[in-house]
Design a protein around this ligand. Structure first.
Ligand SMILES: [Zn+2]
Length: 122
């Protein structure tokens, strides 16, 4: 028996969504690290720079906002959006998925912030 293509696609979508949902709390943690780094004079860390970039674009970054957004992160199958842009900015930047090769697993990249997320985390 052949596996219907639709079934394969929906499994892949589920994997993508599950992998992204696991990223939202990690992006929230980056916000917290970034805010702490800035408060402690370590503006050069990657997390601090992500916070600084967001603030420069006129979006205040607070721990509370980021936490709320991380909890509310709910990507839709076929319209996956970037966890980092969502948690930092509250914007939905589309992720562009690149198929797996021999060297690397499938991953989704964000053209707005440059984040990249693998579909499988193990
Ligand atoms: Zn992004």
């Amino acid at each position: 028996m052949n596996t219907p293509a639709a079934e394969t696609d929906s499994t892949l979508e589920e994997l993508r969504i599950a992998a992204l949902v696991r990223q939202a709390p990690l992006e929230f943690a980056r916000v917290v690290y970034g805010l702490n780094d800035r408060a402690n004079g370590r503006a050069g860390t990657m997390a601090a720079e992500d916070v600084a970039r967001t603030v420069r674009q006129g979006v205040p970054v607070t721990r509370e906002r980021a936490e709320q957004r991380a909890r509310a992160f709910l990507p839709l199958a076929g319209q996956e959006h970037c966890p980092r842009c969502w948690v930092f900015h509250g914007i939905k930047s589309p992720l562009h998925y690149r198929e797996a090769t021999d060297d690397r697993p499938e991953s989704g990249g964000c053209k707005v912030c440059g984040a990249e997320y693998a579909t499988t985390l193990d």
